[in-house]
Design a protein around this ligand. Structure first.
Ligand code: SF4
Ligand code: SF4
Ligand code: FES
Length: 237
């Protein structure tokens, strides 16, 4: 019995391993499905919904859905693209994002996603939430204004570092990042922890290395997010 299955994504036939998540199978085949909360090395959370695709006609998060033989997946339809753009715009207005003054600018996945999707001025009103900054830790500071509540740090601390450093408090729009201590310095977070370097945006920031790489010479200043994955497909043609 073979463990290889066949499915189509936007009409392109690809091979996948049985049980592999659709987003990962697509990535292996050089097809980029936008994502913010998913990382290969972490348990999928399915929380941001940016990776939503249509599977046999139904919307599903491609980071949590396993690929099955004969599956028909649509990812780049005009409706899905607009839907994802709406989600990204909502993430911008739910926080306080001033990219011009942010150390993550050019390396930020949310900003890069905004560029890729053509977000200019969000169609939703800015909520201007009141969120705090904690600079008590000797190696990091946390700026809650930029947190998109993707949960990567929460999962990385637990699954990769074996610690309970981060969690969430509150519900819905009021959900905010919390840590296991009165201040960040009271937590077990250490410089070498995976959780410390896994934030897709400028919420968990390392001290003393700010602007070591000038703005304009950073990862997404050169190529759009996802182009490294798409390059695999072009080079295989
Ligand atoms: S976290 Fe990203 S989107 Fe937010 S201000 Fe910084 S660069 Fe901009
Ligand atoms: S701090 Fe960063 S990694 Fe953690 S939930 Fe917020 S955006 Fe995600
Ligand atoms: S990447 Fe799939 S829900 Fe966030």
């Amino acid at each position: 019995m073979t463990d290889t299955i066949t499915l189509t994504i936007d009409g392109v036939e690809i091979k996948a391993k049985k049980g592999q998540k659709i987003i990962e199978a697509a990535e292996d085949a050089g097809i980029y499905i936008p994502r913010l909360c998913w990382l290969k090395e972490l348990t999928p959370a399915g929380s941001c919904r940016v990776c939503t695709v249509l599977i046999n006609g139904r919307p599903q998060a491609s980071c949590t859905q396993p690929a099955t033989d004969g599956m028909v997946v649509l990812s780049e339809t005009p409706e899905l693209k607009q839907w994802r753009k709406n989600v990204v715009e909502m993430l911008f207005v739910e926080g306080n994002h001033y990219c011009m003054f942010c150390e993550k600018s050019g390396n930020c996945e949310l900003q890069a996603m905004g560029y890729r999707m053509g977000v200019a001025a969000p169609q939703y009103p800015y909520l201007f939430p009141k969120r705090g900054v904690d600079a008590s830790h000797k190696d990091f500071y946390i700026d809650g204004n930029r947190c998109i509540r993707c949960g990567r740090c929460v999962r990385a601390a637990k699954e990769l570092d074996g610690k309970t450093v981060f969690g969430f408090l509150g519900r819905g729009n009021q959900t905010r990042l919390a840590f296991n201590g009165d201040t960040l310095s009271a937590t077990e977070l250490k410089a070498a922890d995976k959780a410390a370097s896994i934030c897709p945006v400028g919420c968990i920031i390392k001290k003393r290395v700010g602007f070591a790489v000038p703005v304009g010479q950073r990862k997404y200043d050169f190529k759009p997010i996802g182009s490294d994955i798409e390059a695999k497909r072009s080079s295989a043609k």
